[in-house]
Design a protein around this ligand. Structure first.
Ligand code: ATP
Ligand code: MG
Length: 264
């Protein structure tokens, strides 16, 4: 049975999609069966996986509102090494349509119930909002990863986010766990980056992933080629960091994994 993880932060541009795509590819590189779900109408995870969001026959939107089967939506056999449930701007309509549906918070969870046994990990890339799409992701997930950019306003909004997670735990998903906060776009030469990283460490201790994702231009370039960074430039610092993150996650959830396997 798969482990389902949502990438959430209502703040925009903090590295949710970059983490979703590159963690998916890194887990796939360690021979885990991975499904990536794009739950953002921006469709960035779709494009970053090499799938043209404007040419989709079916998207996650149709599956969410019961107009298509997941099998018809799922892109399989991608070069990126994982399967993808793609999205585009059609998904904006789902936010509205869901509101009048029964069990509206659980649509994604029910959809996933049919495919969860086919994957080891399911990653859900969320939009920069705490809306019904994000609630569906949190209701379907067992864990959340919160990417946090190592910049001045990083801590702002985190309290609201943690509050929302607590609400979700009380209402729709009691078992939801904070898998970890992830420091992204870290620049060790920049004193502010070091300071914010230190503050996060002081506040969140063990809830922080030890792996730091550095600011790395290869990570920013890879999506324009429709590739995860490990395909685009495997030796880059960004690629090495996301492989290390996959290793850290696997060690937490799967004691049988070795560091050598992750580095392979
Ligand atoms: P949104 O909230 O709009 O969905 P997001 O949280 O998904 O944004 P990303 O799209 O992953 O954030 O990243 C925002 C921008 O920063 C992108 O242009 C991305 O390529 C770039 N970026 C992300 N992580 C890094 C990094 N570690 N180094 C350099 N650039 C990065
Ligand atoms: Mg995004």
């Amino acid at each position: 049975m798969s482990y389902v993880i949502a990438l959430i932060n209502q703040k925009g541009g903090v590295g949710k999609t970059t983490t979703a795509v590159n963690l998916a590819a890194s887990l796939a590189a360690t021979r885990r069966r991975v499904l990536l779900i794009d739950m953002d109408p921006q469709g960035n995870a779709t494009m970053g996986s090499g799938v043209e969001k404007n040419d989709l026959q079916h998207s996650i939107y149709e599956a969410m509102v019961g107009k298509a089967e997941l099998d018809a939506v799922c892109c399989k056999g991608l070069d990126a090494g994982y399967d993808l449930l793609p999205a585009n701007s059609d998904l904006t309509a789902a936010e509205v349509e869901l509101l009048s549906m029964s069990m509206k918070e659980y649509r994604l969870r029910y959809l996933l119930a049919h495919v969860r046994k086919q994957y080891d990990y399911v990653l859900i890339d969320c939009p920069p909002a705490l809306n019904m799409l994000t609630v569906n992701a949190m209701a379907a997930a067992q864990g959340v990863i919160i990417p946090v950019q190592c910049e001045y306003y990083a801590l702002e909004g985190l309290a609201a986010l943690l509050n929302t997670i607590r609400q979700v735990q009380k209402t729709v998903n009691e078992g939801l766990k904070i898998e970890g906060l992830l420091r992204t776009m870290y620049d060790g030469r920049n004193s502010l980056s070091r300071e914010v990283s230190g503050q996060l460490s002081a506040h969140f201790g063990d809830q922080l992933f030890r792996t730091l994702i550095p600011r790395n231009v290869r990570l920013a370039e890879a999506p324009s080629h429709g590739m995860p960074v490990i395909t685009y430039d495997r030796q880059s610092k960004g690629s090495i960091a996301y492989l290390a993150l996959a290793g850290e996650l696997l060690r937490k959830s799967d004691a049988s994994v070795t560091t050598a396997e992750v580095a392979a």
